[in-house]
Design a protein around this ligand. Structure first.
Ligand SMILES: *[C@@H]1O[C@H](CO)[C@@H](O)[C@H](O)[C@H]1NC(C)=O
Ligand SMILES: *[C@@H]1O[C@H](CO)[C@@H](O)[C@H](O)[C@H]1NC(C)=O
Ligand SMILES: *[C@@H]1O[C@H](CO)[C@@H](O)[C@H](O)[C@H]1NC(C)=O
Length: 599
């Protein structure tokens, strides 16, 4: 959980030739920014942890269709930073242009095969970070004969227009502080889900949720106006097509790699433009049918199908590891249900009496909803479990400061909360009820949450909001130029590769199987047998080699199951397995570990 989503606020399009002085200022401010990032606190979202380590500066005005590459600032080996000018609206030339921030990790081997476009998830993740911070590791996974192109999708990162609703970071933090958006929904106890008192408490919290969402949507609509219309996934698909034609030529196929929300972008891409598609890998699959056809408050119930399974692995692995590696267990091989009970006792106690945290990132209060939401997020990254176990263990035994610090940002954390760019995408992708009398009420949301708790995940049915702050799109001010809703059964020349884990707490295997079943002859699915979100958060040589082979033209056998090559609570013996590997495998595993740790 050491990852910070950040971005520079350095303007991308510099209209005049840049003087040496200005360049120096940019370098200095970038260094300052990196220092701020390094010392900023942690917050983890689904597969989208961003550090801006370079800025994007074009030395002259570019016009539609022009692309400019230059050395990143600061320079990164084998990486170019750049920007490209695209139509803001592919259906209306009068809307003008948008500029997309790019970064390219150059192919290290000849013959160069082409470009692979990357997406890191979110939505809200600036993909330009991927070549800059992870280029060599990604090249190990995808192949070093490809240019790897990261881009900040519409509304995100250094792409312009960007999504900015609030006047300052302080204003945005203050807006969400101590609301259910920051603190999560508290379920006073999961032991009696039919309690009328619980129902009333949940309705109360959802009333606040809706009011905050309405204010946020109204603010974004007023501040951004029509600029907010161009952030949807369908528009990003058009951008990829446009960029690929400029970079590779009209007839070269589009290649793509995306995780988590990147699987949504991938599914849209292959289905909107099937004849344009080359190699596509999607990992950690989100159900695109639900995403495009159901309002966003209905999405999470699908996402958490394997959350309980992952939680059980966490508790069992902890108990197996024993208290020296996992202090949540009192003794080695304690029954996992004891650990589960201690967690519930803690969540119930905090629900009755929230914990004051006067000396956290900022003075505040730890709520039960926040703590449970953080546990839910932690399930995504199994290699962080030892650290998370220590943090929760401190909280369970009386010191909640570190836990609180994982949930609540310091005041200066975000230039704009991740939530605005995210909503700018999700609210254009999901259908919106046509009239206010069809808007979901606090009672509707409560019933939906209780259904998720009863039928899908008794522990986390109402906990996705902390990491996936969707919903409230009924208040969103604008529609996009285009909304794609299917079909999802495209025929492709080259099959798409789908990767799902057996226990992914937020993108379940069932969604991977769904996408696979909709394209039975145009996709193959491989299953990584392990916990965590997306295959990359639990390194597997088998999964990695299948991806590398796929991009080299070898189609894996449908249904292949891959083991993982790392332990969740590594003890003494875990090094031995690695020493037995070939030099090539060791090198690949190192790259995968680097990806996991720095993604
Ligand atoms: C609680 O933990 C924090 C962070 O580790 C530490 O700074 C603080 O001193 C602890 N408080 C107490 C009362 O032990
Ligand atoms: C794809 O799905 C659409 C609608 O869902 C259907 O009308 C069409 O026949 C299907 N195409 C193929 C090739 O199966
Ligand atoms: C591919 O494998 C998946 C997972 O085992 C399976 O559900 C699906 O039916 C297979 N597809 C085909 C066309 O055999």
């Amino acid at each position: 959980m050491d990852h910070v989503k950040e971005e520079a606020s350095i303007n991308q399009l510099v209209v005049m030739e840049i003087s040496r002085l200005l360049k120096q200022i940019i370098i200095i401010s970038t260094v300052v920014l990196i220092v701020i990032i390094l010392f900023a606190n942690t917050r983890t979202y689904l597969g989208q942890f961003y550090q801006r380590k370079a800025s994007f500066v074009a030395p002259k005005v570019l016009t539609l269709g022009e692309i400019h590459w230059e050395e990143c600032v600061p320079a990164v080996e084998n990486v170019d930073c750049g920007m490209i000018i695209v139509p803001k609206d592919y259906f209306n030339a009068e809307a003008g242009t948008a500029s997309i921030a790019l970064a390219r990790y150059r192919a290290q081997k000849t013959p160069r095969r082409g470009s692979v476009f990357l997406n890191p998830g979110g939505p809200g993740g600036p993909g330009s970070k991927l070549p800059i911070t992870l280029g060599p590791a990604l090249a190990k996974l995808i192949g070093d004969d490809w240019d790897l192109i990261g881009f900040d999708p519409r509304g995100i990162g250094s792409t312009r227009p960007t999504t900015r609703c609030f006047s300052s970071p302080l204003s945005s933090t203050a807006f969400f502080a101590n609301t259910v958006i920051e603190q999560g929904i508290t379920v006073s106890s999961i032991s009696d889900l039919s309690s009328p008192l619980l129902y009333d408490e949940l309705v109360e919290q959802h009333r606040q949720f809706l009011a905050v969402k309405e204010a946020h949507a109204e603010l974004c609509g007023k501040v951004m106006g029509d600029e907010l219309r161009y952030m949807g996934t369908a528009t990003v698909v058009r951008d990829i097509d446009f960029m690929s034609k400029i970079i590779e030529g009209e007839n070269k196929k589009i290649n793509y790699w995306g995780i988590s929300y990147g699987s949504i972008l991938g599914a849209y891409l292959v289905n909107m433009l099937p004849h344009r598609i080359g190699y596509v890998v999607i990992d950690g699959i989100v159900d695109p049918v639900s995403w495009s056809n159901e309002p966003s408050h209905k999405w999470p119930i699908n996402w958490i199908a394997d959350a309980e399974k992952t939680y059980k692995i966490f508790l069992q692995d902890c108990s197996k590891a024993g208290p020296s590696l996992c202090p949540l267990t009192e003794y080695k091989d304690e029954h996992w249900q004891n650990l589960e009970r201690r967690f519930e006792d803690f969540f119930d106690a905090v629900a009755r009496k929230p914990i004051p945290v006067p000396f956290g990132n900022r003075p505040g209060v730890l709520t039960s909803g926040g703590a449970r939401g953080l546990l839910k997020i932690a399930l995504q990254r199994p290699l962080d479990w030892p650290k998370v176990a220590k943090v929760f263990s401190s909280a369970l035994t009386g010191n909640a400061t570190e836990l609180y610090n994982l949930i609540v940002h310091p005041l200066t954390h975000d230039p704009e909360p991740y939530i605005s760019p995210r909503l700018a995408v999700t609210c254009l992708d999901s259908p919106r009820p046509p009239s206010p009398d069809e808007f979901p009420t606090a009672e509707d949301l409560t019933k939906q949450g209780l259904k998720a708790l009863r039928e899908v995940s008794p522990h986390f049915g109402l906990s996705t909001g902390v990491s996936e702050p969707d919903g409230g799109c009924q208040y969103w001010a604008v529609d996009g130029p285009e909304r794609y809703t299917g079909p999802w059964n495209a025929t492709l020349e080259t099959k798409m590769l789908i990767i799902s884990n057996t226990a992914d707490p937020i993108t379940p295997k069932s969604s991977g199987l769904l996408v696979n079943s909709l394209m039975p002859h145009s996709s193959v699915i491989i299953i990584q047998d392990g916990p965590g979100h997306c295959s990359i958060f639990m390194p597997s040589l088998c999964t990695a080699k299948i991806q590398r082979g796929y991009f080299a033209g070898e189609m894996p056998k449908n249904g292949t199951v891959c083991p993982v090559d790392v332990a969740t609570f590594p003890g003494e013996e875990s090094g031995k397995h690695i020493q037995a590997l070939s030099a090539d495998d060791q090198e690949l595993l190192e790259a995968l570990k680097y990806l996991e740790a720095n993604f």
